[in-house]
Write a protein that binds this ligand. Structure first.
Ligand SMILES: Nc1ncnc2c1ncn2[C@@H]1O[C@H](COP(=O)(O)OP(=O)(O)OP(=O)(O)O)[C@@H](O)[C@H]1O
Ligand SMILES: [Mg+2]
Length: 252
């Protein structure tokens, strides 16, 4: 999960979709999926606006269908990418095309230089997302039972025992479910503008998101920024729930 460091080949299906527009790889994920930005899509003189294309090769065994459904659902209440197209190509790869949102990812070099501002905004953005999305009527689940069905088969006995010792649910919200720093966009002043990457969005304890959001500041900014996520969110850290949900994240 990083900005591409080497040249990334552009799949034929993405070239076709760009129809002569400029294609820039912006993100390569752990599973071999690539996100491209496409500008001036068809050169016909109309301004189609910039788009992002998530390209997911068949080899990942995962689908972007669930993400398309969740984006369409969440867009009614909070800023997320607007789905323009979702299709499977001849070679089995999937393409999810969304309209470009303004803002830079919170791990853009701009924000790596100013991590305190970004970390607080991650917390503020997460709080706004949780406040905006309605639990009642949300058709998606990201609760512990559902997540434990994806438990790493190599998880050892101690981990299994710790994960069996579940904290009570503090309360329920609709969680982002991949609340890592790269999935929040920030404006030029560092305020959050939107969330992306909602493929697992679902109802859960807010600590499931908070724990991961805070942990991701360690991966992206280094130590010393986690408390700013909690401050931005407006909550006192809950050590037991944070530990549980970080362990769950690491093992599912
Ligand atoms: N519609 C959009 N507008 C602006 N930026 C976008 C949009 N869609 C994706 N991006 C950018 O592309 C990056 C990759 O997208 P996304 O996080 O959905 O891909 P991913 O491969 O699922 O990520 P991960 O590695 O976290 O699994 C985002 O972090 C964001 O910076
Ligand atoms: Mg992402």
């Amino acid at each position: 999960m990083t900005a591409p460091t080497e040249e990334v080949p552009v799949p034929a299906s993405v070239e076709r979709l760009a129809a002569g527009g400029r294609v820039t790889p912006v993100w390569v994920n752990e599973r071999g999926g690539v996100t491209f930005r496409v500008d001036d899509c068809d050169n016909d003189g109309d301004d189609d606006g910039a788009r992002y294309v998530k390209w997911n090769p068949a080899s990942t065994g995962l689908s972007l269908a669930g993400e398309a459904v969740r984006l369409r659902w969440a867009a009614r209440w909070t800023p997320v990418p607007r789905v323009l197209d979702h299709r499977r190509d001849d070679d089995g790869a999937e393409l999810l095309v969304t309209a470009a949102l303004d803002g830079l990812s919170a791990v853009d070099p701009r924000w790596l230089r100013e991590p305190a501002t970004a970390a607080r905004s991650l917390g503020e953005g997460l709080r706004a997302l949780h406040d905006a999305l309605p639990v009642a009527g949300c058709p998606f689940d990201w609760g512990i039972d559902e997540r434990l069905t994806h438990l790493d088969p190599e998880a050892d006995t101690d981990v299994r025992a710790a994960l069996a010792d579940r904290p009570d649910v503090d309360h329920l919200v609709v969680c982002h479910a991949d609340a890592c720093a790269p999935n929040t966009l920030l404006d030029a002043d560092g305020r959050w503008t939107a969330h992306v990457d909602l493929g697992r969005l679902g109802v859960a304890d807010p600590w499931a998101d908070l724990a991961v959001c805070a942990m991701s500041t360690g991966w992206n900014y280094g130590p010393g920024y986690e408390h700013l996520v909690y401050e931005g969110y407006g909550v006192e850290p809950d050590a037991a729930r944070i530990a549980y949900y970080q362990l769950l994240w690491d093992n599912t």
